[in-house]
Design a protein around this ligand. Structure first.
Ligand code: MD3
Ligand code: FE
Length: 215
């Protein structure tokens, strides 16, 4: 359901098998070549969320090929299966209006995935995602524990905002006028995930984006 222009929530979009496959894949990605880690911010703060990147490495506040802030290694490539999943996600969220959110070639080609892991105490403060040089939509997939997702506005970190509960299997797409809105995750509900996904605790969120950087 649309919660703002370009922002569409599709509850329970991933099948149980897709959730299991993604959890298993995330375990492999978390091991490296650049291991999942708590990102250190330029002023010394440490994010409570843990992140591993595919395709490009995100370090605050830019994308690089090598993880200079971790171990200097090149990140793993973005699997074609995730590009295809991103295209299916856009079609599911925008249906026949999907072309309105794409460039002239009518294709969505994400080149980076950020995989975030939240333990029961992890949070993400209100921020905008503006390190991409491309306004293509962001695709978000949630697995495991439920959380409160806070969807704000493009002007300020504060009100007005809308709180939405995200559950395992949910898809959220942010394009058009919603692409540069402030957003965050103020709370995770520990123990709400189904262990059948293979994730016994915590919450995983995969976001797919197009950086607009040269291939
Ligand atoms: C709205 N992740 O990685 S996903 C992030 O659940 C991030 O891990 C959160 O914010 C998470 O940057 C939220 C939903 C999301 C992702 C990107 C967006 C919402 C967005 C970009 C623009 C607008
Ligand atoms: Fe974000």
């Amino acid at each position: 359901a649309g919660i703002a222009p370009g922002a569409v929530h599709v509850p329970d979009w991933l099948s149980p098998a897709q959730q299991r496959d993604l959890v298993a894949a995330c375990r492999g990605w978390a091991a490296g070549p650049v291991p999942m880690r708590h990102t250190v911010l330029p002023r010394g703060g440490v994010m409570s969320v843990q992140t591993v990147c595919l395709g490009w490495h995100w370090q605050p506040y830019r994308y690089t090929r090598t993880a200079d802030d971790v171990n200097g290694e090149c990140v793993a490539p973005l699997p074609d299966a995730l590009v295809e999943l991103g295209r299916q996600a856009l079609a599911a969220a925008y249906e026949s209006a999907v072309g309105d959110y794409l460039d002239g070639r009518g294709e969505y080609t994400p080149d980076v995935a950020l995989v975030n892991y939240y333990d029961g105490a992890a949070r993400m403060g209100m921020h905008q995602d503006k390190d991409e040089r491309c306004a293509a939509p962001v695709v978000s997939l949630s697995i495991g524990d439920s959380c409160v997702f806070r969807f704000g506005n493009a002007e300020t970190r504060g009100r007005p905002y809308t709180d939405v509960e995200l559950e395992s299997g949910d898809l959220f797409v942010f394009g058009g006028p919603s692409r540069f809105t402030y957003h965050g995750v103020p709370k995770v509900y520990p123990g709400t995930g189904d262990p059948g996904t293979g994730l016994t605790r915590g919450r995983l969120n995969l976001t797919l984006r197009a950086t607009g950087l040269p291939v």
